[in-house]
Design a protein around this ligand. Structure first.
Ligand code: B1M
Length: 213
């Protein structure tokens, strides 16, 4: 019989193949997709996020767990869509123009997906206009920007300004990456800043919940 605790445990251990198989088996047994998502995959990812925050595990373990999460989500996504479980929100993510660093951005994206958000990942070196176009085309709730260079973080301001002009503040903007700080986020008028992937998830939840309240 499908056991969501075992599914969560395999995800924590980063066993992508087992997570995929257990998710398929649970669906076949008729476990509701929302239960597989919340009690299996997200529950596992929450533990990973918590351990990462406490420095009990590090980036490689998180990436491996996130890959297992992705494997489960690939199986679950069609069933979730069919059962009408809506994502918690839609976020366009990318590393800003001129910047090729994507390890942190990928980690943030995966953690957000793990927390039930839909992420549209534009990749690296994304021009300001592309962020705004993608937010409009996809009716996104938020744009997330990552920068690892002191020179490229300067492009974040342009994205924030364009977004505000074109969407009137409907689409929120958050920023992160090693050289970025809360004071820089405040200076450029971003809606939020997070120092790491776990706090990024908390930040997105709080901004989008406040938005719909
Ligand atoms: Co580059 N690099 N790099 N690099 N690189 C740094 C960033 C640097 C600090 C190294 C150093 O000099 N000590 C330095 C930047 C100096 C500065 O501007 N202050 C630097 C430099 C100078 C360069 C080049 C210019 C080197 C050269 O060619 N002369 C060049 C630039 C290329 C370019 O982008 N145009 C370059 C190239 C590269 C590689 C391609 C070799 C490679 C990137 C591979 C890749 O990403 N696919 C690379 C790497 C790996 C690094 C270091 C070593 C590691 C970065 C990393 O992945 N960290 C880095 C030094 C360091 O940080 N120790 C360095 C792990 C990752 C999980 O952390 O990305 O910080 P991080 O993400 C965190 C948080 O910041 C946050 O959450 C993540 C998870 O907790 N976060 C967000 C990130 N994005 C977020 C978004 C959010 C919220 C939170 O909301 C949207």
């Amino acid at each position: 019989m499908a056991d969501m605790k075992i599914l969560a445990q395999r995800l924590i251990e980063g066993k992508a193949d087992e997570v995929r198989k257990l998710t398929e088996a649970a669906l076949k047994e008729g476990v509701p997709p929302s239960e597989i998502l919340n009690k299996g995959l997200i529950a596992g990812m929450d533990v990973v996020g918590d351990r990462f925050r406490k420095n009990e595990i590090f980036v490689p373990e998180v990436l491996i767990a996130a890959r297992a999460m992705k494997a489960g989500m690939e199986v679950l996504r069609p069933a979730l869509v069919a059962s009408g479980v809506r994502a918690r929100g839609k976020i366009v993510m990318g590393t800003v123009k001129g910047d090729l660093h994507d390890i942190g951005k990928n980690l943030v994206s995966m953690m957000l997906e793990g927390a039930g958000f839909e992420v549209i990942d534009l990749g690296i070196s994304v021009p300001a206009e592309r962020f705004v176009e993608a937010a409009e085309e996809n009716m996104a709730d938020m744009v997330g920007m990552s920068a690892l260079l002191t020179t490229t973080m300067l492009h974040m301001r342009e994205v924030v300004e364009k977004l505000r002009d074109r969407t009137g503040g409907r689409v929120k903007a958050i920023v992160g990456g090693a050289p970025v700080s809360q004071s820089y986020a405040d200076e450029i008028g971003a809606d939020g800043y997070a120092p790491d992937a776990t706090s990024a998830v908390e930040l997105v939840k709080s901004i989008l919940q406040a938005n719909t309240a």
